[in-house]
Design a protein around this ligand. Structure first.
Ligand SMILES: *Cc1c(COP(=O)(O)O)cnc(C)c1O
Length: 431
């Protein structure tokens, strides 16, 4: 007989969030929203219950400034193992030698990578931002454009060319020769085509620049073998962990160079961050473990197959896509020629009313502002996580086509909303 009696819980089924009914109500409403809408923002996904449990665990209580076995605080014994497991899994997953798993986000990863290898005023090459680049790739409102000197390379705008809408690699070569950048940056937020890392390596070698890839969007495809790897071609690879990789919201930096690894570690901490989010790092470790499993390869392949099915169905209905299709998880519908009066803003708002969540997007040579735009970006990572397949994508294309052809007609949006709920009910959240 045990000496201590187990006390009978007085409230056996309470949720800890009942302590704050205001926030609890909103979290429940958000869970309901996610369950009954089609999440087609290309940078979003539904992470696993295990990742969410780690993210919401007691690990959030601890300060662990420093790195495994080199901490500035006591009590880090379990955290060293957690962070080391995360690092080891990254190296296995992406085939690299060094990883820093501490960046709080993709933006923080890029800040630290720049801080590791660039001095204020240094020149770097990145894509024309309205052609699919990210804010942290040299926007005038971001540190990357204020502290450094970005020079932007274009896409191929000539419609008669087979590689219309793809990176203009010859222009990259020419700009590298002209500006002698210290770093060339590839990797994008709204680019539907495969990135030729080998070709970028040649451009970097031609001017002695470092080559950095920001694979924030395609990391899950790279991990799952559905997009070529940036290694061994790139010197530094940054990414988020919450997009196609399907982990917790966070960042990550990888390299194969011991020298760069040391500079990157110092640039993350103490250079640009304080204490790491160890709860998130545990979630990242779980996500990397999930991505190492065979079923993640199937997931990555399905994400691409679904995007291609969606692309084909929309093209069939007369919609135009940037670069005329996709090799990856996203498409950008360009209204400029086919529907010149339709804006990305209206198109995305009508979709939202109908329960399809997307993002407006600038298109190459967009004449409208980033708040209005002439396009919509659509991605398949989250729908694929819910188990939608290539046939379902044809249904989704029908719904989108009905919404955009309705010119915002209320009755049509309401009817589509009800079809969206039916489709969601056929594909409940996987957890
Ligand atoms: C999303 C994204 C980022 C930034 O990630 P955050 O976690 O939102 O800071 C950086 N680079 C690219 C290419 C992205 O698409």
């Amino acid at each position: 007989m045990s000496a201590v009696e187990t006390p009978t819980p007085t409230q056996p089924h309470t949720n800890p969030l009942d302590a704050d009914p205001d926030i609890h109500r909103l979290i429940k409403a958000e869970a309901e929203r996610q369950e009954h809408t089609l999440e087609m923002i290309a940078s979003e996904n539904h992470t696993s219950a295990a990742v969410m449990a780690a993210n919401g665990s007691c690990l959030t209580n601890k300060y662990c400034e420093g790195y495994p076995k080199k901490r500035y605080y006591s009590g880090c014994e379990f955290y060293d193992d957690i962070e080391q497991i995360a690092i080891d899994r990254v190296n296995q997953l992406f085939g690299c030698q060094y990883a820093n798993v501490q960046p709080h986000s993709g933006a923080n990863a890029n800040l630290a990578a720049f801080a590791a290898v660039l001095e204020p005023g240094d020149t770097f090459l990145s894509v024309v931002l309205s052609d699919g680049g990210h804010l942290t790739h040299g926007s005038t409102v971001n540190y990357s454009g204020k502290w450094f000197k970005p020079v932007h390379y274009p896409l191929v705008y000539d419609e008669s060319r087979d590689d219309f809408g793809c990176i203009d690699y010859d222009a990259v070569d020419a700009l590298a020769a002209e500006h002698q950048p210290k770093l060339i940056l590839c990797g994008y937020s709204a680019y539907p085509r495969t990135i030729n890392f080998e070709r970028f390596r040649q451009a970097a070698d031609s001017c002695g620049a470092l080559l950095m890839a920001d694979i924030a969007h395609i990391a899950g495809l790279v991990a799952g073998g559905a997009h070529p790897s940036p290694f061994p071609h790139c010197d530094i690879v940054t990414t988020t962990t919450h997009k196609t990789l399907r982990g917790p919201r966070g960042g990550l930096i990888m390299t194969n160079s011991e020298d760069l690894a040391k500079k990157i570690d110092r640039a993350v901490f103490p250079g640009t961050q304080g204490g790491p989010l160890m709860n998130t790092i545990a979630g990242k470790a779980i996500c990397f473990g999930e991505a190492l499993r065979d079923d993640f390869k199937t997931y990555a392949a399905n994400v691409v197959a679904n995007a291609q099915s969606l692309a084909a169905a929309l093209i069939d209905k007369g919609w135009e896509l940037t670069s005329r299709g996709t090799d990856n998880h996203l498409i950008v519908v360009d209204f400029t020629r086919t529907h010149p009066d339709l804006t990305g803003k209206d198109a995305a708002n009508w979709l939202e009313t109908a329960g399809i969540i997307s993002s407006k997007s600038t298109v190459p040579n967009d004449q409208r502002s980033p708040f209005v735009t002439s396009g919509v970006r659509l991605g398949t990572p989250a729908l694929t996580t819910r188990g939608l397949n290539e046939d379902d994508m044809k249904t989704v294309a029908d719904l989108i086509d009905r919404v955009w052809n309705s010119a915002g007609d209320e009755a049509t949006l309401k009817a589509v909303r009800s079809d969206v709920v039916d489709l969601c009910k056929q594909h409940p959240m996987p957890h």
